[in-house]
Design a protein around this ligand. Structure first.
Ligand code: KIV
Length: 279
């Protein structure tokens, strides 16, 4: 049975922590799903860790839908959240509704995520009114990376902190079912978490959030360009994959692969007939 919005919200009420991880393809979605991860985010972070851009800004709707479809084919139980890309929910409300709907209709997701607080609250309200669950995202909002002058912790001074508390409350009031808090000081994340009844999902926001989200490539040590301070590497797949590929290349060069075990045979008689016919 697929995880529901009500169950995610119930986890906060029960004090049960909510794990959320990103996935961008079928195989990873299957692994997370089999492990019972309740929330899978098809994050626009794929622009950086899968496509090699230096920000999430170049990611388009078509790219997001392509990956969302792959993830939803692999995730049978998790609630899948599709990340609305840069400038697909700002210009016109009708465009935002249309794009949000595409994540459900074409991508097979159960919810969408969009970045911003008070400025997107009306859009959130309209999307939710159409029956599409929305996850908010405040603090460091990577789609505004140029406006924020880089990947920096947000809400460190009193006005920034007050603004984030207000953003969270306004998003709750607009009907968001949960909110990502990215790169905000842990004490502020705690205050925000206590001031809303919907779950907060932190990334670089300390232990007091109701849940935690991580980019799967960071967690598995698969992305070598940089390791964010908030990420813990539980494996070092970049090095492991290199070792495996190096071994394979060496075996191909040394004619040690493929062995008969990895090859297909043929009846001797057919081989003989074939060769005779070629003479
Ligand atoms: O795109 C993404 O992966 C995200 C998470 C980091 C929250 O937005």
């Amino acid at each position: 049975m697929r995880v529901t919005i009500a169950e995610i919200q119930e986890m906060k009420r029960k004090g049960e922590k909510i794990p959320m991880l990103t996935a961008y393809d079928y195989s990873m979605a299957r692994i997370l799903d089999e492990l019972g991860v309740p929330l899978i985010l098809v994050g626009d972070s794929l622009g950086m860790v899968v496509l090699g851009y230096d920000s999430t800004i170049p990611v388009t709707m078509e790219v997001m839908l392509h990956h969302t479809r792959a993830v939803t084919r692999g995730a049978k139980n998790a609630l899948v959240v599709g990340d609305m890309p840069f400038m697909t929910y700002h210009a016109e409300t009708s465009e935002a509704l249309h794009n949000a709907a595409r994540f459900l209709q074409e991508g097979g997701a159960q919810a969408v995520k969009l970045e911003g607080g008070e400025t997107v609250a009306e859009t959130v309200r309209r999307i939710v009114a159409c029956g599409i669950p929305v996850m908010g995202h405040i603090g460091l909002t990577p789609q505004s990376i140029h406006q924020l002058s880089g990947f920096r912790v947000q809400g460190r001074d009193i006005s920034g902190a007050r603004e984030l508390v207000r953003d969270a409350q306004v998003l709750e009031e607009a009907g968001a079912f949960s909110i990502v808090l990215e790169c905000v000081p842990a004490p502020l994340a705690r205050i925000i978490t206590d001031s809303v009844s919907i779950p907060t999902i932190g990334i670089g926001a300390g232990i007091h959030c109701d849940g935690q989200v991580q980019v799967i490539h960071d967690l598995l040590g698969l992305f070598a360009d940089f390791v964010p301070k908030h990420a813990k590497q539980y494996a070092k797949l970049y090095g492991l994959i290199k070792e495996a590929v190096r071994e394979h290349v060496d075996e191909v060069k040394a004619e040690a692969f493929p062995t008969p075990e990895h090859s297909f045979g043929m009846r001797e008689e057919v081989v003989r007939q074939l060769l005779e016919g070629m003479r």
